[in-house]
Design a protein around this ligand. Sequence first.
Ligand SMILES: [Zn+2]
Length: 393
Amino acid sequence: MCAVALGLAGCAGPADPGGPAADAGGGDAQPSDTATADAAIAPLVVRQQGLGRLELGTVELEQGSGLGPWLRFQLPPAARSVTLTALAPGVGLAVGQWQDGAGALQVVPSWLGGPLAPWLCLTGCVQRQAARPSQHSAWLVAEQAQQLPAGVWQVRTFGFDPQKESPISAVAKVRVDAVFGADSGKGVLRVNLCLTGALGITAALAKDHPRIQQAIGALQAIYAAAGVQVEVALVDVAVPNLLVEHDAADGELAELFATGAKLPMAINVFLVEQLYRTQASGTQPIAGLAGGIPGPPLEVGSPSAGVAISLALGPGEDDRLGTVIAHELGHFLGLYHTVEAAAAGADALQDQLADTDSDPKWLMHWSPGLGSAALSPEQMRILRASPWLQPVP
Ligand SMILES: [Zn+2]
C-alpha cells in the first residue's frame, strides 16, 4: 500500500454520518453503558501460543451512516495486541468507532470527516488505521512492557463505497484476534513465496535462482535484526493474471490472493510480472502491495490475505527485490511509512513513532533503496506483536 496516503491525499471525506454515534463538534459520543448490563458479552479465550480469536458475528452496516451496531467482547489481562478484522466483499471497510477495556475511545467517529477519510485515519485514531476494500484489519499495540486494558471492549465497523467514498449499507463479518504475554524479543515468521510462473520461475527453479535466493537472503537479514527468523517455503500457484492492477476496489488483488487458499498457514507473498495502477496520466508501475496495514491475521486465501510483488525491472534499475518484499511484509505486519513523499509546499506525513525520521536508511521509507534496511526499536516492538509471529521453538 505504498500509495495509501499520497495517492488519496486530495480525496474529500464523506459527510458526517450523523445519528446518535456521530460527533457533534468535538465531543465524540460515548457508547451507552449497556455493556455492563449486557448478560452475554463473549469472552476472548487465550489459546495455544498466547493467541486468542473470537468471532464477533455478522452485522448490518446502516444505510446513511455506514456504521454497524456496537459489538462487545471481554478481553482478559496481558494482551499485547488486539486486531479487528471485517469481511464484506466489494465494500470499503474501516473501524468507525472503538472503545477499549478502560473506557477510552481509541477511534472516534469524527475521523470520518477528516482530510484523508475514509482511507486513512490520521486524527481521531489513537493508533493510525488504513481502510481496505473487501477485508480490513485494524489493530492496537501496547506500549513497551505494557499491556492493553482488560475489560469490555466495544467496536463499530464502518462501510463505504470504495469508488464513491460515501457510506453504504452492507453486511460484514467481524472477528477479533489478540496476542498475549510479554515480548520475548524474538519470533518466527512463516512466508510462502508463491511462484506464479512470472518470468518462467517455478518453485523448483527458484531453489537455485540467483535473483530469488539473493532476495530471500536480504529479507532474512533485515528481519534477523529484529529477532525475527523468516522461514521461506517456495510454492507454485496458478494465478489468473501475471499483470495485476491496483485500484480502489482491488478486485484483481483479491483474485490473486484467493489462489493461496490451500497453502499451509503463512503470509503468502506472490511474485507477479507487473503491478500497475492506471490513472488519467497513464499507467504507473508499482513495486509491491500489501493486503493491509496490518493484513488479516492467520488466514490464507481471503481478499486481503497476501502481499504482491512485481518482478519487473527497468533498464539500469537496481534490483531491490529482497528490500521490497521486506518492506511490504512490514506493512502487512502493521508498519506505516516512516515518511511519505512530501507534496509541493507541504510537510511530509511521518509515522506515529518517536524513534524514526525521514532518513532513507529506514526499510519503511516511502521509496526504499538498496540501502534501506533499518528497523527502529519501536518498529521491532510492533512487528513482534503481530499474531503472525510464532514463538521461537
Ligand atoms: Zn510502502
